[in-house]
Ligand binder design. Structure first.
Ligand SMILES: Nc1ncnc2c1ncn2[C@@H]1O[C@H](COP(=O)(O)OP(=O)(O)OP(=O)(O)O)[C@@H](O)[C@H]1O
Length: 226
């Protein structure tokens, strides 16, 4: 299998706090990997380094043949826009926009015209059980609905890699499972690679593989050979 995204011996500090201390993780194309670990262990920092949001202090981050850690900010941001999708704990929808406009955003930012962008966006609503909610604003959606809209926004531009940071963290367990079912089904259908940060074993169980971050390093979970 081809490795899509990889961190090699990455370190990253926030001032005095060493968040990553030599973290390595290689994710294969189409693989869904859950990143587990205690609070403060460095999971989100690792995700941000893999996604080219943060630049490591040392070590390498590769996306296919591209070294993300040596790219400039403009190139990294173009790559994030064109190749990566994101879903965060609190959907972070733009409150002034309708649900359909929120989903269309990555396409609009990528230069797609408004008409076709909105048509592509609307196609996601039936698929994710959101039919009829296209014109609602985020304040008029339930937590689960808003998170499904955020998921559609993360996938609408058919990213190669979807980065999901606690995508069900703000939802009750049943709604969280519905969102995970949709996330995993659509990622598999599109062949999207997924890096999923979660502290919930129930959510991690949806992944093909789990890794554990402890003290800024990545280990296989206890009982699993490395
Ligand atoms: N913006 C920041 N400024 C300063 N320190 C930070 C910042 N973000 C994270 N840290 C610190 O870096 C370390 C790793 O944080 P990170 O958010 O990666 O952990 P996490 O495993 O994702 O935690 P959680 O499960 O609680 O979200 C922690 O000690 C945290 O306090």
């Amino acid at each position: 299998m081809t490795v899509t995204i990889e961190a090699r011996d990455v370190t990253f500090s926030f001032g005095e706090t060493q968040a990553l201390r030599g973290a390595s993780l290689a994710v294969e194309a189409g693989e869904i990997v859950a990143v587990m670990g205690p609070s403060g262990s460095g999971k989100s920092t690792l995700l941000h380094c893999l996604a080219g949001i943060l630049v490591p202090d040392s070590g390498e981050v590769r996306f296919g043949d591209v070294r993300l850690d040596t790219l400039g900010e403009a190139e990294r941001s173009a790559l994030r826009r064109d190749r990566f999708g994101f879903v965060f704990q609190f959907g972070q929808l733009v409150p002034e926009l309708t649900a359909a406009e929120n989903v269309a955003l990555p396409l609009l930012l990528g230069g797609v015209r408004r008409g076709p962008a909105l048509r592509s966006a609307r196609a996601w609503f039936e698929r994710l059980g959101l039919g009829g909610l296209e014109h609602r604003r985020s304040g008029e959606l339930s937590g689960g609905q808003a998170q499904r809209v955020a998921l559609a926004r993360g996938l609408v531009a058919r990213p190669q890699v979807l980065f999901a940071d606690e995508p069900t963290g703000a939802l009750d367990s049943l709604t969280g499972e519905e969102v995970m079912d949709l996330l995993v089904d659509t990622a598999r259908e599109q062949g999207t690679t997924v890096v999923l940060v979660t502290h919930e074993p129930r959510v991690a169980a949806y992944a093909d593989r789990e890794v554990v971050v402890r003290d800024g390093r990545v280990n296989a979970p206890a009982g699993v050979g490395s």
